[in-house]
Each structure stands twice: as C-alpha cells, then as structure tokens.
Design a protein around this ligand. Structure first.
Ligand SMILES: Nc1ncnc2c1ncn2[C@@H]1O[C@H](COP(=O)(O)OP(=O)(O)OP(=O)(O)O)[C@@H](O)[C@H]1O
Ligand SMILES: [Mg+2]
Length: 273
C-alpha cells in the first residue's frame, strides 16, 4: 500500500526537561537504523538544539538556513557514521510555528523531499508545553512521552497529555520511563499515569513501551560528545534503549499521516492559535 511508504513521524517529548529525550532519540535512531530503516532526526528543540552534539557533529547549517531559503534541506542534513540523517535545530532560534507564510511554504516544500528518503522521522522536541512542542506532538503520527520516577516529572507528563488531549484531541500516547532503579519503579510510574488518565481524561490511552535504568555510562558518553550505543553498547541502559527501539520500530503505526500533512498541521495549529 502506498501509505506504508510514507515516513512514520514519531515525536519524543516530556513535560519536565532533562528527563533524557535527546539521548533517547539519538540512541533509538541508531537502534532503528540497525534494523535497516532509513532514519531522520529533526531537532525541533530549536531554542536549545543539541542532537548534533551527541553525534559529535559540528554542522555548518541548520533548519534556520532552510527557513530563510539560504540552503536546501539536503544541504543542511548531516549524516552520522551510523547512517542516521540529522536536521540540526540551531540554537537561539525562534519558534518554528511563528514563521511568515513564505517561510512556511519554503519549509513545507523542503520537508516534502524527505518523503522518499526516510522510513522513520524522530522528532526531538523541547521540554514543556510551549506552542512549538505541542504543535510538533499533535502533528506526529505517534507521541512518545518520556518521564522519570520523580513526582515532578510524572505531574508534568500528565499535564502534557492533558493539554494534548484537550486542545488537540490526541488520544494515544506511548511511555518510556527513564533513569529508573528497578522495573518495579517504572511500572509504578506507568500505573500512576494511567490511573490518572482513566480517572480524569476519558478515552486517552497510554501504552507502556519500556524503561531505561539509571546508568552513569549515559553521562560519560555525553561528556565525550557521544552516544551510549557507541560508548558502552553492552551497558544496561544501551540494551534497554535497543529493546525499546526495536519494539517501537515493529509496533504498528498509529495515525499514518504523511510528512506534508505533518508540517501542514504544525503550521495550521500555529495559524489558528
Ligand atoms: N538513563 C540514564 N541514566 C543516567 N543519566 C541519564 C540517563 N538518561 C539521560 N541521562 C542524563 O540526563 C541528562 C539529560 O539528558 P537529555 O539531554 O537527553 O534530556 P532532555 O530531556 O533532552 O533535556 P532537555 O529537556 O533539556 O532537552 C544528561 O546529562 C544525560 O546524561
Ligand atoms: Mg533535549
């Protein structure tokens, strides 16, 4: 079927910052690329982009140059040694949803070129519930929420799902619990979130994708501007991320939207609000 060839757009998001989204996106991308998929990462944390750091890349251009028509998307995209293509976000850049009509059209037609270059597009969003984050989440086929066992992270993850469901009608989320001490802790986080959803938000479904243990190797890898998968592939966290990557890749696509549809939704949301 033709729609199966469209890239699957997966947003990785949180609520609270610093819960591990960027590390998860980088490592999941490598794990998915290892299964033969063509993976593209969009660094949509345009204020504080840092996907490129984890891949130890120093891109000359970023999404801002595409917006301003200085560069084509393919000139901005950088390929990691794992074969993952990265669209750098560029730091200190304003909200992608607040572009002029001309800039939006530019970006839209450039993103269309990804349709036959990617199987999976992972979107690393910023933290919080800013317009930029919400638009990317609402436009993606799937929304993967990352939380830790900290009460603040759980509350913020709930708040994010609440606003997504109330404002954008998103009904389906996937959960990764990061930096846990035990599987039991992760299940507790999942139970408390899904209980709250059942109680206060009818018809919102949260699927448990898996958990990643707290592992100092992640920090050591970051300090070396590297990915855990390269730095310590046999570490507990790397193995957990790999399992999650493989099962996410195998899981059924939820919405089946196209990339044009994705970007259109991002922009449309920006116009309506
Ligand atoms: N499983 C883990 N074990 C130990 N440390 C981790 C783990 N996952 C992430 N970290 C550490 O947590 C910090 C934040 O990670 P990361 O930058 O990926 O989070 P983020 O959610 O993308 O943050 P932001 O909201 O600022 O974009 C990093 O220093 C990273 O090394
Ligand atoms: Mg990040």
């Amino acid at each position: 079927m033709a729609s199966n060839r469209l890239p699957r757009v997966i947003a990785v998001t949180s609520g609270k910052g610093g819960v591990g989204k960027t590390n998860i996106v980088g490592n999941l991308a490598v794990s998915m690329a290892g299964t033969g998929k063509r993976v593209v990462i969009i660094d949509a944390d345009v204020g504080l982009a840092n996907v490129d750091i984890l891949f130890n890349l120093r891109p000359e251009y970023n999404i801002r140059h595409v917006v301003s028509s200085e560069k084509r998307l393919e000139q901005v995209m950088v390929r990691s040694k794992h074969g993952v293509d990265i669209i750098p976000g560029g730091s200190g850049f304003a909200d992608l949803t607040r572009l002029s009509e001309g800039e939006k059209l530019n970006l839209l037609s450039e993103f269309e070129t990804l349709a036959d270059k990617a199987d999976i597009i992972l979107v690393d969003t910023g933290a919080g519930i800013s317009a930029n984050v919400l638009y990317f989440n609402s436009a993606a086929d799937e929304c993967v929420v990352v939380a830790t066992a900290e009460p603040t992270s759980i509350t913020d993850a709930y708040a994010l799902m609440k606003v997504m469901s109330q404002e954008y009608g998103t009904r389906y989320f996937k959960l990764i619990v990061n930096m846990v001490e035990s599987q039991k802790d992760a299940k507790r986080v999942y139970a408390s979130l899904s209980n709250a959803l059942d109680k206060f938000l009818k018809n919102v479904v949260l699927e448990y994708l898996g958990c990643i243990p707290f592992d100092r190797q992640v920090q050591k890898a970051v300090q070396k501007r590297g990915l855990l998968m390269d730095h310590a592939p046999d570490s507990a966290a790397a193995l957990a991320m790999d399992r999650i990557g493989v099962s996410l890749e195998k899981s059924r696509r939820q919405n089946g939207g196209s990339l044009t549809f994705f970007m259109n939704k991002v922009f449309q949301a920006g116009i309506n609000n």
